[in-house]
Ligand binder design. Structure first.
Ligand code: CDP
Length: 217
C-alpha cells in the first residue's frame, strides 16, 4: 500500500445503493468518502446552465469545476443524471476529472463510489466492490427516495418512466468507449435485491476487513 490508507472502490449501476453503502463504509473505517457521480452531475449542470446540449464537448466545464459546484441542491434531479451520463461519455471530460479523484485518496486513502473506480481510476484499489440489483428494485428504491407515493393513481406510469430512464442510462454507461461501467475482474459483487442497507453494509464490511487483513499478511 503506497498511499496513506486503503482505497475502497464501490462501483455499480444507477440507484443500486452505492452511495448509502460507501458513506457508511467510510464512516465505519474512518476514511474520507467521495461520491464521484457528483463530479459528472456538476459538469452536466454547468453545461445545462450555459444553454448547451450536454452531449456537446464539455471539457471546459470539467476544468472549471469548483467545490461550490459540487454542493448545489439540484444535482440529484433526473435532468442532472441524464446530463451527467452525456458528459461522462466524453474522454476529455473524464480525463479532466481523473487527477481530482486520485488526489482525493492520496493522503489518507478513501472510499469512492462511481462506475469506473475499480477499473480505470484505481485499478490497484485495495478492495473493489460492485453493488447491483435488478432494474425493478433499483427503480423502486429511487422512486421512494425521491418522495414518490406508491399509492398514487399514476404510480405505475411514473415507475415505468423511471425504469426506462434508468435502463437507458445504464446502457449508455456500459456501452461507451471511455471507461465503460463493468465489473472489475477482481471485484466482489453484491446482489442487493433481497438485502436491506444494513445487510449490504455487513457483507461489504466483512469482505473489506478480510481483504485488508490478508493484504497486511
Ligand atoms: O446516483 P446514480 O447511481 O443514479 O448516479 P451517479 O453515481 O450520481 O452518476 C451519474 C452519472 O455519472 C452516471 O450515469 C454516469 O454516466 C456518470 N458517472 C461516471 O461515468 N463515472 C463515475 N465514476 C461516476 C458517475
Amino acid at each position: 500500500m503506497t498511499r496513506g490508507g486503503p482505497v475502497i472502490a464501490v462501483d455499480g449501476p444507477a440507484a443500486a445503493g452505492k452511495g448509502t453503502l460507501a458513506r457508511k463504509l467510510a464512516e465505519a473505517l474512518g476514511l474520507p468518502y467521495l461520491d464521484t457521480g457528483l463530479l459528472y452531475r456538476a459538469v452536466g449542470r454547468l453545461a445545462l446552465d450555459a444553454g448547451q446540449d450536454p452531449a456537446q464537448p464539455a471539457e471546459r466545464f470539467a476544468q472549471a469545476l469548483t467545490p461550490e459546484d459540487m454542493l448545489r441542491k439540484d444535482l440529484r434531479l433526473p435532468d442532472a443524471a441524464l446530463a451527467a451520463s452525456k458528459v461522462a461519455a466524453q474522454p476529455a471530460v473524464r480525463a479532466a476529472l481523473v487527477e481530482t479523484q486520485r488526489r482525493f485518496a492520496a493522503r489518507q486513502g478513501a472510499v469512492l463510489d462511481g462506475r469506473d473506480i475499480g477499473t480505470a481510476i484505481f485499478p490497484d484499489a485495495d478492495v473493489k466492490l460492485f453493488i447491483t440489483a435488478s432494474p425493478a428494485t433499483r427503480t423502486l428504491r429511487r422512486f421512494l427516495q425521491s418522495g414518490g407515493d406508491p399509492a398514487a393513481p399514476d404510480a405505475q406510469t411514473q415507475l415505468q418512466a423511471m425504469e426506462d430512464a434508468l435502463r437507458a442510462r445504464d446502457e449508455a454507461d456500459a456501452s461507451r468507449d471511455s471507461a465503460p461501467m463493468r465489473v472489475a475482474d477482481d471485484a466482489y459483487v453484491i446482489e442487493t435485491d433481497t438485502l436491506d442497507a444494513q445487510a449490504v453494509l455487513a457483507e461489504a464490511l466483512r469482505f473489506t476487513r478480510e481483504r485488508l487483513v490478508a493484504a497486511r499478511g
